[in-house]
Design a protein around this ligand. Structure first.
Ligand code: MOS
Length: 741
């Protein structure tokens, strides 16, 4: 492999910076009509009246679609697939309201301005019903979800009571994380058009084939009558992994108007109808002996869901696998609230769970007067403690060692408030990062064209991560072509099927399919050349030739060489192609697959004002073979930046009287800007996972955010002596904590 790992620039970079890359809301259509989504203003109840008749006479208005006139869907529009593949959507099939900001109408007009005007003036009155909005109070009615994300709801190993009793030092603490909402630069958007029975959707999605399945089943039409196209996605971090109400509503509006219809969500509509991270409350009890050996660990977690669907933030997954603790119990409980259904949001479960676990471990280290790094190594899990399987690759020990050295951990003096520079309190903290290394079945096609170039395609997605680029590299490497001679296509449900770009699985799933298809088509090209008496390489055996830059070359005599274009031309000028479908084998039965990392953070806290700056982060990751050092670095940096945001800034504020999110905009929902970010130093353990796939590559999409908020919380404690257990760590919490201390 000589292309794999190179820091190639993004193949789609030029298209993006010049504005040529076309996103869902930018596709043109003849006779395009514009839709605006109208959402509820009460969190519970039913629609009492809608003055849609008046709207119909407003300029340009084509349709005001409400529960009164919306087309009837099979089975009342209930999800034909089990959640989360099929969501419980709001498709105007009845007048019920389950949360504030729930879709209740769609206004379609000739122009976006006319649709917006009519939508703003549409008066809807509601019959309100009591709403459940107070998490703390509703907790008493929490229920156990059924197999969240296909995993066990609760786990128990060893004897938890005896384990907790046998420790001499004990931590008993509750950690909370807030609701957060996805704010990719590109909000959800879709363009729907019907041609007879056929529906085309230009959608911004993390899964074209999942969208095709969900929408076709919702309409009760043949799957192959739905074509989903999504060449560019302006960020998708889990929210675009499901097809939400607006997609089907847009298709319904297109059907009812007989026009192509475009519907783009407004920024405030990102808060509720399209998922988000639920709030969590996590209770840890940890016991250890004086030497740091863990004897017992209990992790009880609560997260909110909606009243229409169970969705679980699986906070305890990381607790189950990270440390070699013999006695452990973990639980997940759900608290339904009258809010939109939560969903996957970058490292769902691991981002929030690692905050609680790695904060608690830091608290334990301090209670034991033990170095936090030493405590973690003391309880290092050589095998996955939950299922006793060995890790297929585990660079964590090495990551901790390298990270500590690069970061300068040895300069840390253990006591809180012991490091300062004038009025600045300096804190150093660390935490573990981890995320499962997932893989699913995927397929691809590789085709060499008569002009000597190639197209390679898979129905995967590039959600900003670099899929176009790394798959081009994988194909170029396997085929012996220059990356410049390969055009990679994706984001189209008519291409060979690939999984949702979620769960950090695209590279691990799709690259072996691309590699397989590319290897096969290369073999066909070589065979054609060798069999052709007119070829300069005629008569050689396949292992006597190589393919470089699209030329089949004799390894004995490099002057004997034949370019792909000539080989195909002599054979009649037809393209040659190969398809591959690959899927995981039984390796998951034998090995535990995870990516790991160690995160070190230095914070600076103003001693008087409590203002926190993250001066620097040093992270070292073991993520298997890197396919592209540059996109990998960018991916992890994005995750770390988000981790800083989660630690210090992000929170959706729910008004528990009215069920409104009061900061549903980018002015008041704070995400990091460049000025918030200090130095970020990312490096990798040289690691190839021998079992996960033919490339040895694990995923890197989500691990970057994990561990970061704990490392920062731990650093803030070290700087100030104030332990903040509820995110985000805002200066008031540090300030109040220090005045109480
Ligand atoms: Mo990721 S939260 O599985 O898109």
């Amino acid at each position: 492999m000589n292309m794999i790992g190179l820091p190639l620039d993004r193949t789609d970079g030029l298209l993006k910076v010049t504005g040529e890359a076309r996103y869902a809301a930018e596709f043109p259509a003849a006779r395009l009509a514009h839709a605006v989504l109208v959402t509820s203003t009460v969190p519970s109840g039913s629609i009492a009246s809608i003055d849609s008749a008046r709207m119909q006479s407003m300029p340009g208005v084509i349709l005001v679609m409400t529960y009164q006139n919306a087309m009837k869907l099979p089975n009342g529009g209930r999800p034909p697939l089990a959640p989360p593949a099929g969501r419980h959507l709001s498709l105007l099939q009845d007048n019920q309201v389950h949360y504030s900001n729930e879709p209740v109408a769609v206004v379609v007009a000739e122009t976006l301005e006319q649709a917006t005007d009519a939508a703003r003036q549409l008066r809807i009155t509601y019959q309100s019903a009591p709403a459940t909005l107070d998490f703390a109070r509703a907790k008493s009615t929490a229920h156990a979800p059924d197999k969240p994300q296909g995993r066990q709801t609760d786990t128990l190993r060893g004897d938890i009571a005896a384990g907790l009793a046998s420790g001499t030092t004990r931590i008993d603490a509750v950690y909370t994380t807030p609701m957060e909402h996805h704010n990719p630069m590109e909000p959800h958007a879709v363009l729907a058009m019907w041609d007879g029975p056929k529906l085309t959707l230009y959608d911004t999605t993390q899964g074209v084939s999942g969208a095709k399945t969900a929408v076709s089943k919702t309409f009760g039409i043949e799957a192959d009558n739905v074509h989903v196209i999504s060449p560019f996605v302006g960020g998708g971090f889990g929210c675009k992994g499901s097809s939400w109400s607006h997609v089907t509503l847009c298709a319904m509006a297109a059907k009812q108007t007989g026009r192509p219809v475009r519907l783009a969500l407004e920024r405030p509509q990102m808060f509720g109808p399209v998922g988000g991270r639920p709030m969590t409350e996590q209770h840890f009890v940890i016991a250890a002996r004086g030497d740091g050996t863990l004897t017992g660990m209990r992790h009880d977690t609560y997260s909110n869901t909606s009243v229409i669907e169970d969705w679980t933030e699986t906070c305890a997954m990381v607790t189950r696998m990270l440390y070699a603790v013999p006695n452990q119990s973990t639980t997940h409980r759900l608290v339904p609230l009258n809010v939109g259904t939560p969903t996957f949001m970058r490292a769902p479960g691991e981002a929030t769970g690692s905050f609680a676990l790695e904060s608690a471990m830091d608290e334990l280290a301090w209670a034991l007067k033990m170095d936090p790094v030493a405590l973690r190594l003391k309880n290092y899990a050589e095998v996955d403690p939950q299922d006793n399987k060995p890790g297929a690759s585990k660079g964590l020990r090495e990551g901790v060692r390298v990270g500590a050295e690069k970061f300068g951990w040895s300069r840390r003096t253990p006591a809180p408030r012991s490091m300062r520079d004038g009025n600045t309190l300096i804190g150093l903290g660390m935490a573990t990062a981890t995320y499962p290394a997932n893989r699913s079945a995927a397929s691809a096609i590789a085709r060499i064209l008569p002009d000597g170039t190639a197209t390679v395609a898979s129905g995967t997605q590039d959600i900003g991560t670099g899929t176009y680029t790394v798959m081009t590299q994988v194909a170029a490497d396997a085929m012996g072509f220059s990356p410049d001679a390969i055009r990679f296509a994706l984001g189209d449900s008519s291409l060979p099927q690939a999984p949702v770009s979620g769960g950090s699985q695209s590279v691990a799933s799709v690259s072996p399919a691309v590699r397989d298809a590319a290897t096969q088509v290369r073999a066909r090209l070589v065979a054609m050349a060798l069999a052709d008496p007119a070829s300069p390489v005629h008569g050689a055996t396949p292992d006597e030739v190589t393919v470089e830059n699209g030329w089949v070359i004799s390894m004995k005599d490099a002057s004997r060489r034949d370019p792909a274009g000539a080989i195909l031309a002599r054979a009649g000028g037809q393209p040659i192609e190969a398809r591959a479908s690959v899927k995981p084998g039984d390796e998951k039965q034998k090995f535990s697959f995870h990516s790991f990392g160690a995160v070190f953070a230095e914070v600076h806290v103003d001693a008087d004002l409590g203002m926190i700056r993250v001066a620097r982060i040093t992270s070292v990751y073991g993520v298997g073979r890197l396919l592209n050092a540059k996109t990998a670095n960018s991916q992890l940096m994005g995750g770390i930046v988000w981790g800083i945001g989660a630690a210090l800034e992000e929170k959706t504020d729910l008004d528990t009287r009215h069920g409104r999110f009061v900061n549903a905009n980018l002015a008041e929902y704070h995400v990091p800007v460049n000025a918030d970010i200090g130095a970020i130093d990312i490096s990798f353990i040289d690691e190839v996972d021998p079992h996960i796939n033919s490339l040895g590559a694990k995923g890197i999409g989500e691990i970057g955010i994990t561990g970061v908020s704990a490392a920062i919380a731990n650093a803030v404690f070290h700087a100030t002596g104030v332990r903040v257990r509820d995110l985000p760590i805002t200066l008031d919490k540090v300030f109040m904590g220090s005045t109480q201390a």
